[in-house]
Write a protein that binds this ligand. Sequence first.
Ligand code: 13P
Length: 261
Amino acid sequence: MAGDKKFIIGNWKMNLNIHEASLYLHKLSGLVKNRRDVEVILAPTTLALQTLSLQVNPRQFKLAVQNFYWRDQGPYTGEVSATQLRGVVQYALVGHSERRHIFHETDKDVRNKVAAAIRNGIRPILCIGETAWEHSSGETQDVLYDQLNGGLANITSDELDQVIIAYEPVWAISAGQGSEPVDVSPSEVAEAVKAIRRQISHLFGKSAADSIKVLYGGSVTPSSVAEYLNIDGINGLLVGAASLNAITFNEIIKKAHDKNR
Ligand code: 13P
């Protein structure tokens, strides 16, 4: 809907070191106009978060962590908790398909992380989506229902206000910069978004389903921004490869702004 705030998230995945991330932020800051109708969120490597949090203009960009451990503190060598990320990030990706499929994160891990983020004042962006096989077997809706049930099991309807859902079909996520984008038809995304809101309504009621923010992610480029943001019920985009270039990412942000006019 025109006029609604849009969320544009750049997930840099395991790219850019601290120095490169800082240079990127400097460049993007010079390009992006401060616009209240588009919330721009950057998700760099965890290593760069502190540096960027000191450098960033918090009115221009927000920061997100790509992953964290759900316990608040203790003997968990190598992990970073949401408690430690308080004040550094405002958002956290949770259950990204690369976490689920490469690092075998379960629904239990995902729901513990959603709850941990909320408990620490960080908004979780719960990522859900079906694999190519599930898609071709017609299981998309069942997968989305299961991942929503699994990911949201530990939270109350009041807490749901803090949650953002990102629909990312696993088969549409690009292999990285320079790879061919996989186009998912807007009608397929629209179907998935309807299914997501239906299940949220079933779990938390109709007004929660109407107000929850749902984003789309998977091979988004400047040329596909308008068609995805035009889909009824889509509140923003989660961008991987195309967010790694500040000029391209700024194009995406500009198109999101134009859509809102
Ligand atoms: P791509 O935009 O590279 O397909 O990545 C999508 C994604 O996984 C963002 O989290």
